[in-house]
Design a protein around this ligand. Structure first.
Ligand SMILES: Cc1ncc(COP(=O)(O)O)c(C=O)c1O
Length: 391
């Protein structure tokens, strides 16, 4: 039997990159956050077409940093936030930890981003300060409509782009369409720094605030103009300077070791995104006629994984497993049906997100897959999968 192993994700860090890393380590360089982190941030911002970026130790930390900096910086008219029901736990959890009141938004039946009608109803009823969206599995939300609604109701927009690095909407990178955007460099994402994450923004104040909050709340990392202004306001002398804290910060830093990897990975990102994009087309070719297809108006799709819906998920998952193919639920399903949400707020049932929760799964896509292996995945899947569609 021609049985392949098709893992959900494979390491994007090559043996050659690891050798380069060991050579670099052996040259007795600084391993903690230093010049390479700055260099990676500069290169990443340029890649994204953003002015600034702040590297942190995970995508989750990137979300926490955005949330706290917006709050601390006085960007928000209240502490109400709209979060997509189909998201990741740490898209939502920072807001719960920081005492926000979160409202879950149902999903669009095509792109699995936020449903525009439900979003507007929440905006009208709750007057929230903030909307965080997730570009689910690399696909774009209905960005024009979302940005228009945010404008109309005075809501600040931020993006969790952790699954969409390289995807574009009207030729702009997803993650750069709101006030700030987050990305993950965990193993299995488009590029990896082992663990890692980053926030991009064009806002200089927010950027400096995030540099401070990332590192305890001190002024050491912020630009000279900001640091001297803060020092002057509080009459801080040069001796106290290093141990003076302007914000009740975190330590969310990454290291130059991770940044070294990031700089190497960035060189491969376009090629990786291109393969992922082509792989999505292969999936659509083999499954699209019979099964629900996630689709969006992304002008470029840097695809993450192939989400679909089946009536018999347990059977499909078992069949894939015995044939060497890894699969997972379609992200976490609905946050409103997760134990951590139910414990605090009670069950939140939403028509589309509930279907994704109960019937959604995703199939692997990564840069080491090609059409032949994807056909094997699709054929194996189709042997048992019973299609499910939104009614
Ligand atoms: C949408 C989304 N946000 C945030 C994260 C968290 O990223 P990390 O694992 O780097 O903390 C993930 C992880 O897969 C994700 O899919």
């Amino acid at each position: 039997m021609n049985k392949h192993i098709v893992k959900l994700a494979e390491d994007t860090i090559s043996a050659e990159e690891l050798l380069q890393l060991t050579d670099w380590i052996n040259s007795k360089v600084q391993l903690t956050k230093g010049p390479l982190t700055k260099e990676f941030e500069k290169q990443f911002a340029a890649y994204m077409g953003a002015r600034y970026s702040v590297m942190v130790n995970s995508g989750s930390s990137a979300n926490l940093l955005m949330a706290y900096a917006l709050l601390e910086g006085g960007y928000l008219k209240n502490k109400k936030v709209v979060v997509p029901a189909i998201s990741w736990v740490t898209t939502l959890s920072p807001f719960m930890q920081l005492g926000f009141e979160p409202f879950l938004c149902d999903s669009d039946k095509n792109n699995l981003g936020v449903d525009i009608e439900h979003l507007e109803r929440i905006f009208q009823k709750e007057n929230p300060a903030l909307l965080i969206i997730v570009q689910v599995l690399g696909h774009a939300n209905h960005m024009d409509a979302i940005m228009a609604l945010c404008e109309k109701y005075g809501v600040l927009l931020i993006e969790d782009g952790c699954e969409a690095l390289g995807s574009e909407y009207r030729q702009k990178k997803l993650g750069t369409l709101g006030k700030a955007g987050s990305f993950s460099f965990y193993y299995g994402h488009h590029i990896s720094t082992i663990e890692g994450g980053i926030v991009v923004t064009d806002d200089e104040d927010l950027y400096n605030l995030m540099l401070s909050i990332r590192s305890h709340g001190w002024a050491r990392d912020v630009s000279e103009a900001y640091a001297s202004q803060w020092k002057e306001s509080y009459h801080i002398d040069s001796f106290r300077d290093l141990y003076t804290f302007y914000y009740p910060g975190f330590n969310l830093r990454s290291t130059d070791l991770n940044a070294f990897l990031g700089i190497g990975q960035l060189k491969k990102l376009d090629a990786i995104a291109q393969i992922r994009s082509e792989n999505y087309q292969h999936f659509v070719k083999y499954l699209g006629d019979n099964y629900w297809v996630q689709k969006s108006d992304a002008s470029f799709l840097s695809h993450f994984a192939y989400g679909t819906l089946v009536e018999n998920r347990m059977e499909v998952a078992e069949h894939l497993k015995i044939n060497g193919i890894e699969t997972r639920p379609l992200i976490c399903g609905s946050m409103g049906l997760q134990p951590f949400w139910i414990k605090k707020y009670g069950t939140c049932s939403l028509p589309v997100a509930d279907i994704v929760h109960h019937y959604g799964l995703y199939l692997p896509n990564h840069a080491n897959l090609n059409e032949e292996r994807i056909k094997y995945v699709c054929d194996t899947f189709a042997e048992v999968a019973i299609p499910k569609h939104f009614d």
